[in-house]
Every structure is written in C-alpha cells, then in structure tokens.
Design a binder for this molecule. Structure first.
Ligand code: SAH
Length: 344
C-alpha cells in the first residue's frame, strides 16, 4: 500500500485507492483536481483536506515532482529549452515555443530512443527507459509554472518514439484532457511518429482524436531505409494506408514531416513520388530544414532548394509549409534534443 504515486494515477485508480483507505469517493476527485487543475505539488497544499487526511495520504504515497535542472533561453526567438531531471537522475528535454496566437511545449516520451534515425540526436545515446505518465505530465506542469501562463498546445516530438511507449502516452493524454484536470482539447495535442504501423491502427480506435504527424523524409522505400531503420519493418505504403485509416476514424488531417537534406531527398523526382504516394489524401506536408547535429555529416538543403521543393509540391497540388526552426542556438530545434544522465 505504501508509496503510491498519486500523480501517476487516473481518476478511477484514485477512486479505488481512496475507498480502500476508508475515505469517501469524492475525495478522489478533489485529489485529482488538486494535482492536475490546481497544480499542487505536495499534499500539504490540500488545505481543503483535514490534517488527519493529509497525514494519511502522506503515509501511503506522494506527488512526485520533476525538477528543472537547467534552462536555456534562445537569443534568436522566445524559445526556451528545459533540461528536466527525473527522480532517478535521468535528464530529458522539453522545449517551450511562443507564437503570436498560441504557445506550445514539445515534450519527450522516452529517455533515449531505439529508432536509430541517422540524422537525429535523440537516438545517439542508448535507450534507457520509457517515461511514466506522471513524467509526461510533469513536463507540461513544470514548464507552465516556470513561464507563468497556460500552455495551449502539446506536441509529442521531443526525445523518443511516442508509439513505442504506447500505454503511458494514452494514459497521459486521457489525464491531460480530463475535464476535471488540465482539460486540454485533444485538437491541441499532436503526436509525431516514425511510423509504427500497428500502433497507428490501435490509436485510431481509442476515441482520442489527436493530430497525427508522420516522419516520412523520403518517398522511396530503398532510400528511406538508409536513414530510418524502422522502414525495414513497415514500408511507406503500409504507413500511408494506416494514416488513411486514422483519418477516416478520427477526422483529423494527417501531416507528413519531411526534413530536407541537400542532394539526398530534395529533387523533383522526390517531389513527384511524394505526390504519388499521398495522392488524394487530405494532408499537409511540413518541410523542415535539416538541423545540424555532430553525428550526421550531411547539410540542409539551401533556402532556394527548399523553396523550389515547396513550389514543386504546390504545383503538384499538395499543401506544404516550411517549418520555422526555433531555438537552434540552444540545440532546441527538431532532432537536436538528447537525453543526458547526471553522474552523481
Ligand atoms: N520519434 C518521433 C518524434 C521525434 S522527432 C518521430 O520520429 O516522429 C521529431 C521530428 O524531428 C521528426 O519528424 C524527426 O524526423 C525530425 N528530426 C529529427 N532529426 C532532425 C534533424 N536533425 N533536423 C530536422 N528534423 C529532424
């Protein structure tokens, strides 16, 4: 019974627990609201509970925080990168980005990553472990507390592959969107995946219509295989079919991410094949200039080449935008995040 982690429990689990210690069920909702709506960080902040109830709760468990280990602020824009220390000393990164109409936090889903994409820093250290729901939630709450305003959008695009940590991600989304908690709209959550096909089908059935974006980067199987090992397991046609199903089930438009690498995937032939594979889909293409990481020697396509690629896609009838790279000076841009370990 000891050592419950209250901020890792959904309302149902809290209700069961509260009843098991002989308390009234409505206390579970108050506990849930305190953690997820009011962002109480300790049981003592629950002044709506009697002292004896607080003592009882402390005896059985606690609310486990995550700490800000370091914070880097971009000089180029309002981006901030947070190094967040977990209870076991591992460090992950979350990035806060501000726009004129909204703000977004990019959160990590794992400590390290198994996917091995050649151009991505997040996968260069070895995979350590999945993040628990409370560690996903803490990224949002800790950063929100630090900036002092509500975060409106969440993107699961930091370190790790979210669909490789499926159950925890689902629980996180359910808790975060609960109306008694943070109450975020599912429309404001975006999950990015390298294409774990069976999990895309599974997510389509969850009745959680979040936005889905697929890291594609190349429309040819044999070329994609060279930069994204997951392609050996699930090919492009299988991925595209699963996203069509996801769209049918959820009504959420699919996006494809396409990182432009000079001389590798930026030719007219690539634009044409990209059109062929997603023809007729209601989708969007996010073009991302390659961000530099030390382990990958290729260069980003030039500004001109990127614009040319975009124009070609548009002439072929596709919607494409070039993603503005934020936080490059603090290694906070796409693909630049890494898990670190504190050596104590
Ligand atoms: N594992 C998930 C989410 C993390 S990566 C996924 O693969 O989608 C978030 C996005 O940044 C992905 O589209 C990824 O392919 C892209 N990315 C990775 N490294 C990059 C780099 N060096 N430059 C630009 N984009 C990169």
């Amino acid at each position: 019974m000891k050592n419950k982690n209250y901020n890792n429990m959904d309302l149902e689990e809290l209700s069961e627990f509260i009843e098991s210690i002989g308390e009234k069920k409505f206390r579970a909702k108050q506990l849930f609201q305190g953690i997820h709506k009011n962002k109480y960080y300790g049981i003592d902040e629950f002044t709506n509970f009697s002292l004896s109830l607080r003592e009882k709760l402390k005896k059985h468990g606690n609310i486990v925080p995550s700490k800000i280990y370091n914070k880097l602020e971009s000089k180029l824009d309002k981006t901030r990168k947070y190094l967040i220390e977990l209870n076991d000393g591992n460090i992950i990164e979350s990035v806060y980005m501000e726009y004129s109409t909204h703000n977004t936090i990019c959160i990590s889903s794992q400590v390290g990553c198994k996917m091995g994409c050649t151009f991505c820093a997040s996968t260069k250290q070895k995979f350590v472990r999945n993040l628990e729901p409370y560690e996903l939630l803490n990224q949002v709450y800790t950063v929100q507390k630090d900036i002092g305003k509500r975060i409106s959008n969440i993107v699961l695009m930091g370190i790790g592959e979210p669909l490789d940590n499926y159950d925890n991600i689902i629980k996180f989304i359910k808790i975060l969107s609960n109306k008694d908690g943070y109450n975020i709209s599912l429309r404001n959550i975006t999950l990015s995946t390298c294409g774990i096909v069976p999990k895309i089908y599974e997510l389509a059935e969850e009745n959680l219509p979040i936005n889905m974006t697929i890291s594609l980067h190349n429309p040819f199987d044999n070329e994609r295989k060279k930069i994204m090992p997951i392609e050996k397991k699930y090919n492009i046609k299988e991925i595209v079919d699963s996203t069509k199903y996801y769209f049918e089930k959820t009504g959420r438009r699919i996006s494809f991410e396409y990182t432009l690498i000079e001389g590798v995937n930026d030719s007219y032939k690539h634009a044409l094949e990209l059109r062929n594979i997603i023809r007729g889909m209601n989708c969007h293409i996010n073009l991302i200039p390659l961000n530099k990481i030390r382990e990958f020697n290729e260069n980003s396509s030039s500004k001109d080449a990127i614009n040319k690629f975009k124009n070609n896609l548009e002439k072929l009838g596709l919607n494409a935008t070039v993603r503005k790279s934020l936080g490059q000076d603090i290694s906070g841009a796409c693909g630049q995040l890494r898990a670190a370990h504190i050596i104590k």
